[in-house]
Each structure stands twice: as C-alpha cells, then as structure tokens.
Write a new protein. Structure first.
Length: 175
C-alpha cells in the first residue's frame, strides 16, 4: 500500500513541477500534439483538480498508514474521500473562478446588437458616420448608419439595432 500512496504523491508533485516549469514550453513545442488528452466531458474533470486529488490521495494515505492503526480498507476509503474532497475544492475554489475571470478582447460584430455607443462622426439621413462602442475593456470604432433614416449629430448616445456586413445600424437613444 505504501508504494501506491508514495507513487500517487510523487507523481502529483512531479506533474505540478513539470506543469509550472515546462508547461508552456511543452505546449508550444509539441504544437497541440497532445490535445487528444484533453478532457472535454464534465467540467469538473479538469487536470488540475484530478491531479490535485491524486496527490492528496497519496499524501493522506501515507499519513493514515504511518500514524494510525486503521485497517488497509479503511485507509483506502478515507484517502479516497480526502482525494474527492480536495479535487472538488480545487475545482470550485480555484479552477472555476479562474475560468470565469478570463477576459477576451475578441468579439463578433453580431454581438453589438443592443449595445449603447456614442456618435463620433455625425451620421447623415442617408449615409454613414461613426460610433464608439465599449466592448469589454476597450472602446471600438464602427461604421454606422441611421436605422430610422434621421441624421444624428456627434456626441449623441445611440443604441445598435442590428449589424449588416460591417455597418452598425443605430437609433437615437432616448432615456
């Protein structure tokens, strides 16, 4: 039993060290060759959580084996419970909040529908102007036309009604 627990503990520690030190380099040098290993099933099945659980299984097993007089089956069960608890804790306290905090500057023009912006270059009745729209943490500039067929002066707040091609059709925002 001690060999199983020691192997899990050492394997988890080595995985952590390799991931931190060589993770980005390996990913870039292998150019996605190991992507088939990704776990795209249930969101809880994240490598960080799984390896954390395996490491805790090994550590808890060693501690229980060396410092208690419990039967081997009880030690296995308690170690497994500790491993599951640790894996869930890693997922819910670390992995999941990190996934939600990721920001991207990429967006689709179709996502602009309903966005509020400000006219930077006046929009004539029939023709094009320009609007500034906040997307994420940045202001973006877009070609705009009047949805209602009225001229909209610079500085006015507008709402994007729809996007066709690269043109945002906007309407004056009256609150």
């Amino acid at each position: 039993m001690e060999g199983l627990f020691m192997g899990c503990l050492i394997g988890g520690i080595l995985f952590s060290i390799v991931s931190v030190i060589l993770g980005d380099w390996l990913s870039a040098s292998l150019d996605g060759m190991l992507d088939f290993l990704s776990l795209d099933g249930h969101p809880v099945l994240q490598p960080t959580a799984i390896v954390g659980g395996i490491t805790v299984f090994g550590g808890a097993g060693l501690l229980l084996e060396r410092h208690t007089g419990l039967h081997a089956g009880v030690i296995l069960a308690l170690s497994a419970l500790c491993a599951v608890a640790a894996a869930l804790a890693v997922y819910y306290l670390y992995v999941r909040p990190m996934e939600k905090s990721e920001n991207s500057t990429g967006y689709s023009l179709k996502e602009l529908a309903g966005a509020i912006g400000e006219v930077s270059i006046p929009i004539p009745e029939k023709g094009y102007g320009e609007v500034l729209i906040k997307v994420g943490a940045a202001l973006t500039s877009h070609i705009a036309a009047s949805f209602d067929g009225i001229s909209i002066p610079a500085g006015k707040r507008v709402v994007v009604i729809r996007v066709e091609g690269h043109t945002a059709y906007v309407s004056l925002l009256d609150l």
